[in-house]
Design a protein around this ligand. Structure first.
Ligand code: APR
Length: 239
């Protein structure tokens, strides 16, 4: 019943904002962070995804990001990514806010993507802050900037601020939408997880699609439990 009702809400919406997390890329073969075989079950975030870890041992950090880049480079968007790209073509206003750094939404054809945690294909100078895109897999060596300083991955690490412009755009999208769709996130990491409440407080109906209950399941309008690749085509499909 709730899938049909949720679908009717999506069909009627003129402005939709979406927040995605690692769960939407799981069916593309990319591990999530906190799931059963999640990255944070295998690795310690404090050793790999903090500015302190990078200062301590940049080689180990780059080795790990290079491994993730080669995994992501092999991955293809799945039915979940494709359904959202298709929805974008049919809704007057849609913003897709993602916590993912994999670029699979763009690979699926989505154009209104807001990357609030950065991109694994972006590099940033650890000194002069210059940033650029480098898609080479594997990376030949630890990358350096033209200024001579070491480059770091262009992603947001624990304890770091989110990039200002993307964050402001994400907040604006949450405040201005009729329907806020949350897909494949444990809603454990703030401030991104707080966007659902921002949207609800501004009057939007929040719909969650997730493999299991999350920290926001009790406050959403509809919580649809299952695989994003199964549910999204039914929920947002044009047919
Ligand atoms: N379909 C739908 N949901 C899924 C699927 C699937 N196929 N597979 C897993 N999930 C759900 C899991 O049940 C879990 O609730 O996706 C969620 C993924 O949660 P996390 O692994 O915590 O990932 P995410 O919420 O994106 O993490 C947020 O934390 O580690 C940092 O910066 C990193 O952006 C990341 C942030």
């Amino acid at each position: 019943m709730s899938l049909e009702q949720a679908r009717a809400l999506v069909q009627r919406a003129s402005s939709i904002a979406i927040l995605t997390g690692a769960g939407i890329s799981a069916e593309s073969g990319i591990p999530t962070f906190r799931g059963a075989a999640g990255l944070w079950k295998q690795f310690r975030p404090e050793d790999l995804a903090t500015p302190q870890a990078f200062r301590r041992d940049p080689n180990v950090v780059w080795e790990w990001y290079d491994w993730r880049r080669s995994q992501i480079d092999q991955a293809a968007p799945n039915a979940g990514h494709l359904a959202l790209a298709d929805l974008e073509r049919r809704v007057p206003s849609l913003a897709l806010v993602t916590q993912n750094v994999d670029g699979l939404h763009q690979k699926a054809g989505s154009r209104s993507v807001i990357e609030v945690h950065g991109s694994i294909w972006a590099l940033r100078c650890s000194q002069c802050e210059r940033s650029w895109v480098d898609r080479s897999v594997p990376l030949p060596l630890v990358p350096h900037c033209a200024c001579g300083a070491m480059a770091r991955p262009g992603v947001v690490w624990f304890g770091e601020q989110l990039p200002r412009e993307p964050w402001l755009a994400a907040e604006k999208a949450a405040v201005g939408c009729d329907v806020f769709l949350v897909v494949g996130t444990s809603a454990a990491v703030y401030p991104a997880a707080g966007l659902a409440d921002t949207a609800r407080s501004a009057g939007a109906k929040v719909i969650e699609v997730n493999l299991d209950k999350t920290g926001i399941s009790d406050m959403v309008y509809f919580s649809l439990i299952g695989l994003a690749g199964d549910i999204l085509p039914k929920l947002v499909g044009g047919g």
